[in-house]
Write a protein that binds this ligand. Structure first.
Ligand SMILES: Nc1ncnc2c1ncn2[C@@H]1O[C@H](COP(=O)(O)OP(=O)(O)O)[C@@H](O)[C@H]1O
Ligand SMILES: [Mg+2]
Length: 348
């Protein structure tokens, strides 16, 4: 990890919740290196046990090892199947590619996050789940392919529509990403003060309602360092909701929480999704709320999710309604969803 300069700029930055007008993790990318990086695998796949020509080196080099990155093997479990939900996608990745230098992260990702559902992006750590979130809000740009939010292409947006589009999102970052110098009330009020010109009375009504919903009605004047991990996440959740977003993203909401707190947070996500569904339906909004939880935690997937995207090696292995995926016959999917040691997913 230390070899990636980008890590220091990851989700947990204190200011991560604010629109970043000039993303400072836009690293110079060595496209030539990324391209040549992909070639040897393809070549090896074509002739897996070739005897290398001795001409240039002067000696005979016998290549007997099976190609480690044989593309046929790599995607053996990826049917890419997307079982239908009948709902339009709030966010859609279309053949999205993204590499950092020669490190290819997204390799032709096709993924949808349906409206009106709690969906998951589930995959081993380091797969690129957080990278996906950053593409949705225009903090990272794909090398190839597209990312659509309510049908609009994010990578081609000018700055003004991009900033407007970001208001559709509420994001709960891994540790809540609260401002340490503000109490819970001011943290929660921050997006309203920043992005709207609501009077302080209206701000107060919204903040108090959201803090009550997440069970922090009595903690409004506490500072982040006075809160437990679970409370910090709930405060981050309240703040993610104040602008009434139609897409809410939770990046690893279960990390650092004990199993009981994780279960309670999952229940809270379900309750609030049900409430926002009711409001959106009653008010006949254009889009039903899409909640998306990014995690590698299977228990959360089992308890909370209605739709699951299983992601591995930069692509979707399979996706669909949760109960169908939990019964999937795909060896990778069933290994991963069962948390089993035996199966296609190994230590490497
Ligand atoms: N800005 C960046 N620059 C370089 N590499 C990055 C950057 N962001 C993520 N990565 C790399 O992309 C890979 C996937 O990261 P991430 O999306 O955080 O995984 P996870 O699925 O655990 O959320 C990791 O190998 C990480 O080091
Ligand atoms: Mg992550």
């Amino acid at each position: 990890m230390a070899s990636h300069p980008g890590r220091g700029k990851d989700d947990q930055d204190g200011a991560a919740d604010e629109p970043v007008t000039s993303p400072d993790w836009d690293w110079p990318e060595d496209e030539a290196a990324a391209e040549t990086g992909a070639d040897p695998a393809a070549a090896a796949a074509a002739e897996p046990t070739a005897v290398a020509p001795a001409a240039e080196s002067g000696g005979v080099r016998v290549v007997h090892e099976p190609a480690v990155d044989d593309p046929d093997d790599e995607y053996r479990w990826h049917t890419g199947l997307r079982r239908p939900t009948g709902m339009p996608d709030a966010v859609e990745f279309i053949d999205t590619h993204k590499a950092f230098g020669r490190n290819e992260i997204l390799k032709g990702l096709n993924m949808g996050l349906p409206e009106g559902m709690i969906s998951m992006i589930l995959g081993p750590s380091g797969t690129g789940k957080s990278v996906c979130i950053k593409h949705m809000v225009g903090l990272l740009y794909p090398d190839q392919g597209d990312v659509l939010v309510h049908g609009d292409s994010v990578p081609t947006m000018e700055l003004a529509p991009l900033l407007e589009m970001r208001k559709k999102f509420g994001v709960l970052f891994q540790d809540g990403a609260l401002f340490g110098s503000m109490n819970v009330y001011d943290n929660t009020a921050f997006p309203l003060r920043q992005h709207t010109d609501k009077a302080e009375d209206d701000v107060r009504a919204i903040v108090e309602q959201r803090l009550d919903e997440v069970g922090l009605g009595n903690a409004a004047d506490k500072f982040p360092n006075e809160l437990s991990g679970g409370m910090r996440k709930r405060a981050g959740f309240a703040r993610a909701l104040v602008l009434d977003p139609s897409i809410v993203l939770f990046d690893e909401p279960d990390s650092g929480l004990d199993p009981v707190r994780t279960a309670l947070l999952g229940e809270l996500i379900k309750e609030i999704h049900a409430d926002t569904m009711e409001v959106a339906t009653r008010e006949k909004r254009d889009h039903l709320p899409a909640f998306t939880i990014v995690t590698h935690d299977i228990m959360t997937a089992r308890r909370v999710s209605q739709y699951i995207n299983v992601m591995w090696r930069g692509r979707i292995v399979e996706a669909g309604p949760a109960e169908e995926l939990f019964n999937s016959e795909n060896a990778f999917v069933s290994q991963f969803l069962a948390g089993a040691a035996r199966g296609p997913l190994g230590m490497n």
